[in-house]
Design a protein around this ligand. Structure first.
Ligand SMILES: Cc1cc2nc3c(=O)[nH]c(=O)nc-3n(C[C@H](O)[C@H](O)[C@H](O)COP(=O)(O)OP(=O)(O)OC[C@H]3O[C@@H](n4cnc5c(N)ncnc54)[C@H](O)[C@@H]3O)c2cc1C
Length: 489
């Protein structure tokens, strides 16, 4: 697939989507499925923002029951069910245990009541209803949990996904539907006439040329950058206000047999997760106010200490020292501004806000609800176009799985990545850098195979496919390794 920039500058689109995270990808897909002429630009790689830095759950969000946000739980449970049907290769049921310990804020009785409500709000669309487990059955399922003070557990199901892969598969589908999706292409300005935007000024970050894209409606799906994009217009964007929150995960050696664990942190009573991730576990997440540039968010030692201390309290024998941490991730969440001081207490509800005549900005939301957010955004787009909206089709149309069967030399055992995966990614999946392949076309970066040894093999394999000179191959390798080192404690 080529970077067809001419196709972008020479046409007049119905809709230009700014941002290639899951919300932008889902808006573009929904619009293209309904027949709109769509283009999407992404300043870095697709999914390189928050959408590859999540807990990788498609979940009903039982913790929102604490906030009595029943509408969001209901909507999330419905979406979880739809995504299992439309993207079965990406969204899989994940068994959870929520162990309860003496002295915690949540009792087993309260948890059981909450989980009954969770089942009820899922309207039988969950994988299986919850169960209460005795101490013995809890430990039989997950023997590495601490016995000390254990009162029992509740077993339930949510779903797991590979977030980066999910977003990339959406983008590939949008492209197959005839839309133009270009990564490494930044919005730098918006050209307005009276109260309308008429064109976007963009910069190709690969060729370093600038050009304009004309469209009738513009969707600002830039997640934590949404205010910055609104700031490029002369319109009053007072309703587009965020209180961004930063979230950190640690990738550690596998802590459980088969379950994800939800548990209450002892220090601040927040709910944390230990999630199986191939041969590893993802441990997270923190949730703290963040005021800087989302691209510069970094993991702090205090965040690593907090997560490992909390996990050690329920997995006393687990390898959780700094040298056991395989890597870390950090993402910034777009959360609508609120008077509540604690980011965890702020609603994950989304809003689609119009500024000027034809700019729609998406604020808040969660990965799980991307489909319905996209549906509402495309409905609003039709409203601005002054045309009746055809029915949304994303609750029925499958997200295609175009990956080839594994073939050829194995690049790594855990996760299993073959040379054929790298070749396919370079030829078919709009790859520009080594980092794109290591982090978002394969899960290599989030594993023990994320270091220099495998990266150099992958760079060497990519070089002839990407027409890289030996200098460019070395520079790609060095840039990736520098970023990889930053994610180590
Ligand atoms: C730590 C953490 C854990 C989470 N876990 C979960 C979970 O398990 N389940 C769940 O449902 N939700 C989860 N979420 C929420 C979920 O990640 C987000 O709701 C979702 O990823 C938001 O997607 P997005 O497309 O809005 O943002 P992003 O993925 O950040 O995409 C925005 C894109 O816009 C691009 N962009 C910015 N400026 C420009 C510009 N000028 N020109 C062009 N492009 C631009 C950026 O490069 C970026 O790629 C989590 C969030 C965090 C932070």
């Amino acid at each position: 697939m080529n970077r067809d920039l001419l196709a972008l500058s020479g046409q007049y689109f119905d809709l230009l989507v700014i941002g290639g995270g899951i919300f932008g990808a889902a808006v573009a897909r929904d619009a293209a499925l309904r027949g709109l002429r769509v283009a999407l630009i992404e300043k870095s790689d697709f999914a390189s923002g928050t959408s590859s830095r999540t807990s990788k759950l498609i979940h009903g969000g039982f913790r929102y029951l604490q906030q009595r946000d029943f509408r969001l739980v209901f909507e999330s449970c419905r979406e979880r069910h739809i995504l299992q049907q439309t993207a079965p290769h990406l969204v899989r049921p994940l068994p959870f245990l929520f162990p309860i310990y003496e002295g915690g804020e949540i009792s087993l009785t309260t948890l059981r009541l909450g989980m009954s409500l969770y089942d009820w709000l899922a309207l039988r669309r969950n994988v299986a209803p919850h169960q209460t487990l005795s101490v013995e059955r809890t430990l039989m399922n997950e023997p590495s949990l601490s016995r000390k003070g254990l009162r029992g557990a509740v077993a339930f199901y949510d779903c797991q996904e590979d977030d980066a892969r999910f977003c990339i598969d959406h983008i590939l589908h949008v492209s197959e539907l005839g839309a133009s999706c270009i990564n490494y292409c930044s919005l730098t300005g918006l050209i307005t006439r009276e109260d309308r935007i008429v064109a976007a000024r963009v910069r190709d970050e690969v060729g370093l040329c600038t050009f304009e894209i004309s469209a009738r409606v513009f969707v600002n799906a830039t997640g934590p950058w949404v205010e910055q994009v609104c700031g490029l217009t002369p319109f009053d964007a007072g309703a587009v206000r965020l209180s961004p929150a930063k979230g950190v995960h640690l990738v550690v050696p596998r802590l459980t047999r088969q379950h994800a664990i939800a548990f209450q942190a002892r220090s601040d009573h927040r709910i944390l997760f230990v999630i199986p991730w191939g041969d590893y576990s993802l441990l997270g997440t923190t949730d703290t106010n963040f005021g800087g540039d989302p691209a510069q968010a970094r993991v702090e030692q205090a965040e690593i200490d907090y997560l490992s201390a909390e996990a050690r309290a329920i997995f006393p024998d687990a390898p959780l020292s700094d040298s056991d941490v395989i890597t870390t991730t950090v993402g910034v969440r777009s959360v609508a501004a609120s008077a509540l001081a604690s980011p965890s207490a702020r609603s994950r509800e989304h809003r689609v806000v119009r500024t000027g005549r034809n700019l729609l900005s998406i604020i808040g939301g969660k990965y799980t609800t991307h489909r319905v957010i996209a549906q509402q955004t495309v409905d609003a787009t039709y409203g601005l176009l002054g045309v009746a909206a055809p029915p949304c089709r994303t609750a029925e149309v499958l997200v295609p799985n175009r990956r080839p069967a594994a073939a050829g030399e194995k690049i790594s055992e855990a996760p299993k990545v073959h040379a054929s995966d790298i070749i396919h990614a370079c030829q078919q999946e709009m790859v520009v850098t080594l980092e794109d392949v290591m982090r978002r076309r394969t899960p290599l970066a989030l594993s023990r195979a994320g270091g220099p040894e495998v990266a150099s093999t992958v760079a060497h394999l990519m070089a002839p496919l990407m027409n890289w000179s030996s200098d460019e191959e070395r520079s790609q390798f060095e840039r990736y390794v520098e970023e990889w080192k930053r994610s180590l404690p």
